[in-house]
Design a protein. Structure first.
Lengths: 246, 451
């Protein structure tokens, strides 16, 4: 993204002196209303005196141009342009540790507010969200299709070269090492534990009923298609099993 | 700001001028906010925080919900939380709410817990009818929402409630024990929203109804959301009875997990006898009881750097934070022999992000284990069969040397044992037939769990 001929404000929100900004005020308002409309908003934002305690203990603030105080201030003052700007990059810096929430004298939860902004960024199909989440797609595939976020076969030297050579200090096939775990539910490689087919089918209903699949489609259509195929297949398997019981 | 024609968008007004303070002066000026997240710092809100369990009992009285109680048959131990409130920790008849990160990546974590439970004749169930809490993905990606998180919470806890039916035992026999710190924090937060919002309850009730997961047409809410580290804490003296290895020479540093004591902080356990009641008591309690030297370090309250998304796709942040703010501090300030935690993401982050430090001239070598793995180890658990230390990238061998454990011999034993496993003669901690409670693969087993 080039910054050579335009400031960040101009690039993302439009030139404030122009008559036709690229992002219309109605859209900015819609975005803010989506954030504000979440039932958690009033619980997580109670006021702010700019004391900065949240930023002082924020791990992300050590490494990024990110300040939970700024996030709270933007939302508290309903700074629509600033909110939109923060949703392009800054909200993805937050490490979600909730140290800010534990410290805030007002009982705000900047980390929780960041989540409302992330959800809204996805709902609006923001390019920033798509770009940030692209490397996370394998995790989303695993979670939504199996109900497990992490699986043993994901932890390999190719995927995590910076973790060094000791992914396992015993040299044996993954399948065998997993069978050597004394919990029978863990004798798996593609999921963290064996998930009952019935459980997966129930989870799919939750994804559908709560709009999670819609969010996924907005952010990554290909991934959405793959997951739908997996869901159809597992539902068919479950129906076959149900038929066998009759 | 270079490249932007001097324009700044930092949240400061145009009148902002850098004070150019020296490092020392800047520290003096800001130290009042750069405080640790201890009990005292969190007491400021005490008068404004309500106990959501009061709302819960009212809702049950009004016929809105049903509460899954911690009963006498769960043999609870009562502890004090941040504001001195009581919390009941069940100690037996436990339903293991597993952690995807632990089971996928640190399998010795849950295996050590079950091994110790067997030692103490604690009844439990580990089954396949459970999803992860989905909160790791949620916090990392924003895919998910309050309704999906609430529905998953209620589904899994309902399953815990009815799971004993498969063995001919009554509803509510097993009580859920949550392994992951993020699941624990997330479920407590979601429980609060469910209790406060009739709208959320209505929406989720429709979904749970479709799943057949209501009890008498009502949502089932747990009386307490309980983390395994809380179970370890209340069982620490009983665990000590099984200790066979002296660990008084071990200098331990504790990494308290953010989602365990910073999310819904009023529910975290504090104990006047542990660090003068000024810090969360879990993990430190068991380490002190077992006789280790718990050593302080200045960044104990910092997060580990996990970041949920960062550990997968923005790892420079994760490893820099883990090395610079946690591991090196523990090594240099505390001269620690190990760092011990009680959460999935923290153990993974701190354990895996050491090797890369050498590449940038910051070598760190600090064994990292979960509290329950260390407890199992000093109670005589096999370091490879049970503690599964081979999955740890950090030098756990150093720690075992210091504990007097001949890890080379144990490792050789384990490598031989793999031949038994290959031949289908692997050992398990419980009867595998119990792990399927309904649906495909279910066969009724008439014995009680762990009998």
């Amino acid at each position: 993204m080039s910054h050579s001929s335009a400031s960040r404000i101009q690039e993302f929100i439009g030139d404030p002196v122009s008559d036709s900004p690229p992002v219309k005020r109605e859209q900015l308002e819609e975005i803010f209303q989506d954030i504000q409309g979440d039932l958690r908003f009033d619980h997580e934002l109670n006021g702010c005196l700019n004391c900065g305690i949240c930023t002082a203990t924020c791990p992300a603030a050590h490494y990024y141009d990110f300040s939970p105080r700024e996030i709270v201030q933007l939302l508290w003052t309903e700074n629509l342009e600033g909110i939109y700007d923060a949703m392009q990059e800054k909200i993805w810096s937050c490490a979600q540790c909730y140290t800010c929430a534990a410290r805030c004298p007002f009982g705000n939860s900047p980390g929780g507010l960041v989540m409302l902004m992330r959800e809204t960024a996805i709902k609006h199909g923001m390019e920033s969200a798509k770009a940030v989440l692209r490397p996370f797609s394998r995790v989303m595939l695993k979670l939504i299709s199996t109900g497990n976020q992490l699986s043993p076969d994901m932890i390999n030297p190719e995927g995590f070269a910076d973790w060094g050579p000791n992914i396992s200090k015993v040299d044996a096939p993954l399948e065998l090492l997993r069978k050597a775990i004394p919990m029978p539910t863990l004798h798996t490689t593609k999921t963290a534990w064996e998930v009952n087919l019935k459980t997966s089918v129930e989870l799919y209903t939750i994804w559908e009923e709560t709009g999670v699949l819609d969010s996924l489609e907005t952010i990554d259509e290909n991934l959405f298609d793959v997951i739908l195929d997996i869901m159809d297949e597992k539902r068919d398997d479950y129906e076959d099993w149900m038929d066998e019981q009759d | 700001m270079a490249g932007n024609g001097g324009e700044k968008f930092t949240g400061h007004g145009s009148e902002w001028v850098d004070a150019n303070l020296s490092k020392q002066d800047a520290h003096t000026a800001t130290v009042w906010v750069d405080q640790i997240v201890n009990k005292r710092s969190m007491l400021t809100n005490k008068d404004r925080v309500e106990d959501v369990r009061d709302v819960m009992w009212e809702l049950e009285k009004d016929g809105e919900i049903l509460v899954h109680r911690v009963t006498d048959e769960h043999e609870p131990v009562t502890v004090k939380t941040l504001y001195g409130w009581d919390k009941k920790i069940p100690t037996t008849q436990l339903w293991h709410h597993k952690s995807c990160g632990q089971c996928g990546n640190i399998p010795g974590y849950p295996a050590s817990l079950l091994w110790l439970m067997n030692k103490m004749d604690v009844k439990y169930l580990d089954e396949t009818d459970q999803t992860s809490c989905t909160a790791w993905n949620y916090h990392g990606s924003g895919i998910g929402n309050i309704e999906s998180l609430a529905a998953v919470f209620l589904r899994n806890f309902h399953q815990a409630y009815v799971s004993a039916k498969a063995q001919g035992l009554p509803d509510g026999y097993f009580y859920p024990l949550v392994h992951c710190g993020t699941s624990f924090g997330n479920y407590k937060e979601v429980r609060g929203y469910l209790l406060h919002s009739a709208k959320l309850r209505d929406r989720v009730k429709t979904i749970l109804g479709k799943l057949g997961r209501l009890v008498d047409g009502k949502l089932l809410i747990p009386e307490e959301v309980v983390h395994y580290s809380e179970w370890v804490h209340v069982m620490r003296n009983r665990i000590k009875e099984h200790q066979v290895i002296d660990c008084s020479n071990i200098r331990a540093t504790v990494h308290p997990a953010c989602h365990v004591y910073k999310m819904v902080p009023e529910d975290a356990i504090y104990d006047d006898d542990i660090l003068e009641g000024n810090r969360v008591a879990v993990t430190t309690g068991i380490l002190e009881t077992l006789g280790t030297q718990v050593i302080d370090y200045s960044t104990w309250y910092d997060c580990c750097g996990f970041g949920f998304r960062h550990i997968i796709s923005e790892r420079e942040f994760t490893r820099s934070f883990a090395i610079d703010r946690k591991l090196r501090v523990a090594q240099e300030e505390a001269r620690a022999d190990m760092m011990v935690g009680h959460d999935t993401g923290c153990i993974t982050t701190l354990d895996k992000n050491q090797w890369i430090g050498a590449a940038v001239g910051k070598p760190v070598e600090l064994p990292v284990l979960a509290d329950i793995q260390f407890a199992a180890l000093v109670c005589g658990a096999h370091p490879y069969k049970i503690v599964q230390s081979h999955w740890h990238a950090s030098p756990t061998e150093q720690l075992m040397d210091k504990l007097g454990i001949d890890w080379q011999a144990k490792k050789a034993e384990f490598e031989l044992y793999l031949k038994d496993v290959e031949a289908g003669r692997g050992e398990t901690l419980y009867d595998p037939r119990l792990m399927i409670t309904s649906g495909p693969g279910f066969k009724a087993v008439e014995s009680k769990p762990n009998d």
